[in-house]
Design a protein around this ligand. Structure first.
Ligand SMILES: O=C(O)CCC(=O)C(=O)O
Ligand SMILES: [Fe+2]
Length: 212
């Protein structure tokens, strides 16, 4: 059985590229993880659910008051349901599961769980510098953000994802523009990051691949 699986293993260059990036720099940026058509399906699903008022103000901890939350993060979120028999959820999770299985097979990452939500940052909002494990969830292994913004996202719209890298004793910041279809994957326990103020509604799917 195991031997069979090994023989049938097929290398996928896209995933190999991500793995290599993660090993070398702890983050990876890919613009073709999902096809243009799939991105449209996901974006339409987000827009539909947002217009139907299904999103809630994101929290940072159960007892934190609203004003403090708003000074840290301004996005609205809706958790995705893998079991929902909707096209968007089906296509999203089938690809993510394939990717997670590949990581488990090739890197022994031990991904057992996942959680993803749609997110919308209204104009003028941001998410201050943080580590994704701050909610005492050390099971978060990889963070993933997939951008579902309008086509032709302009530099003046802001909303960059800033990632802070430790280089020897110095800190280096890289800024990633949230252009439509782009996906960023990074090590949840390692990299502090921040969402810069968006000057236009900023839309995404964000989530985590988790261990145990
Ligand atoms: O949308 C992004 O670029 C990152 C979002 C984020 O850091 C988070 O939800 O924890
Ligand atoms: Fe984050």
């Amino acid at each position: 059985m195991e031997l069979f699986e090994q023989l049938e293993f097929k290398e996928i260059p896209l995933y190999e590229g991500v793995i290599n990036d993660l090993l070398v720099q702890k983050y990876s940026v890919v613009d073709d993880f999902f096809s243009a058509e799939e991105i449209l399906t996901l974006r339409n699903s987000l827009l539909f659910k947002y217009e139907e008022d299904q999103f809630k103000k994101a929290a940072i901890g159960s007892k934190t008051n609203e004003l403090i939350v708003r000074s840290i993060r301004g996005d609205f979120i809706l958790w995705m349901d893998e079991k929902a028999q909707e096209d968007a959820e089906k296509l999203f999770f089938s690809k993510i599961n394939e990717f997670a299985n590949y990581l488990n097979k090739t890197c022994f990452l031990g991904i057992l769980h996942k959680e993803f939500h749609y997110a919308l940052y209204p104009e003028g909002t941001f998410y201050k510098r943080h580590l994704d494990t701050f909610q005492n969830d050390d099971r978060r292994k990889l963070s993933i953000a997939l951008y579902l913004n309008e086509p032709n996202w302009q530099p003046e719209y802001g909303g960059e994802l800033a990632i802070y890298l430790q280089e020897d004793t110095k800190e280096k910041t890289i800024e990633i523009s949230p252009i439509q279809g782009r996906m960023v994957i990074f090590e949840s326990q390692e990299l502090e990051h921040e969402v810069k103020t968006a000057n236009q509604n900023r839309m995404s799917i964000t989530g985590w691949l988790k261990t145990r």
